[in-house]
Design a protein around this ligand. Sequence first.
Ligand code: PMP
Length: 371
Amino acid sequence: MYEEFWRESGDAAELVIPGWQTMSYFSDVTNVCWFLEPELDQQVRRLHRTVGNAAVDGYHVIVGTGSTQLFMAALYALSPDAAGDPSASSRQRPTTRSGNQSCLLGRQCFCCDLQSYPAVTDFLRSGLFRWAGDASSFEGDNYIELVCSPNNPDGAIREAVLASEPGAGGKTVHDFAYYWPQYTPITEKADHDIMLFTVSKSTGHAGTRIGWALVKDREVAKKMTKFVELNTIGVSKDSQLRAAKVLGAVSDGYEAKVVGAPRLFDFGRRKMVERWSMLRAAAAASGVFSLPEETSGFCNFTKETAATNPAFAWLRCDGEDVDDCASFLRSHKILTRSGAHFGADPRYVRVSMLDRDDAFDIFVRRLSSLH
Ligand code: PMP
């Protein structure tokens, strides 16, 4: 969806990197995150100040190969075993930690993106933590709760459901991949301990593989940095510079001194409003689908009341003879992801709202023809 915007933005987000540049592992050895390009650090802070969606003063910026890597880094950093020498922690693991760490998900057992959080949590069979399912049914103090808001797949605004006693072991990670004005009203400047963001959803540059974490606590920031160091010895500088350029172009659009600069969030919101209204009309025309109720709120960024326009549609097949919505739609040449993948009823499917115009148009046309 965003290709059209970037195509029309001319050279605003263009970057040339000569052969001799970005060769070292290091970016700024005085920074906690020593592989973070200073330009990316500045542009991340500038964009959050422009949009007002997250606090940046007093926070450390940690860069990752997508926010996926930072999610893993956060689990590592918040697990008690990760406190020091990783070889020592693996020696202790079998006796002191087996099974009693947990990684949890926000309410209602909706996992994020192709059930990827449980998969990402468990694929290395870490002794530091394990996936424990839905946070609302968890009891205990030793947990890491993952809050995804707006939520993937249903776009709902979520808050943490577990409140740990002071001094207990409960920790929270906020995934704010979709907390941008094209998807939802910006109702507050979030200031949680660890907040994850990514260019994949904010500007559409998923292939650049750049995410960032805003981290309050210096020790946690150091451990997250250590994880990325052990995992990939840093993050592609070329990608960081490209992400910095792209984020800079977005902020330029909202600074009065850059006359006529293209405005990404205006474009994104216009597109999403249009697409959601097309989708709602198609669902109504067919009569056999339902969609989540539209909610709205006052957006502190646009200074207007705005509806939520989730990046995914959480579509329900209402027909009595359809109990597997994904198969039904597949037989009509519409590819979706079944609700079953998210721990939900297979009468639900998740549909991406961010495809190119031509694909989206075909999708709504096909959907409205089903009765
Ligand atoms: N968080 C959420 C909520 C997502 O939906 C996704 C990807 N779909 C990610 C994180 C992963 O982002 P990245 O491409 O930065 O790894």
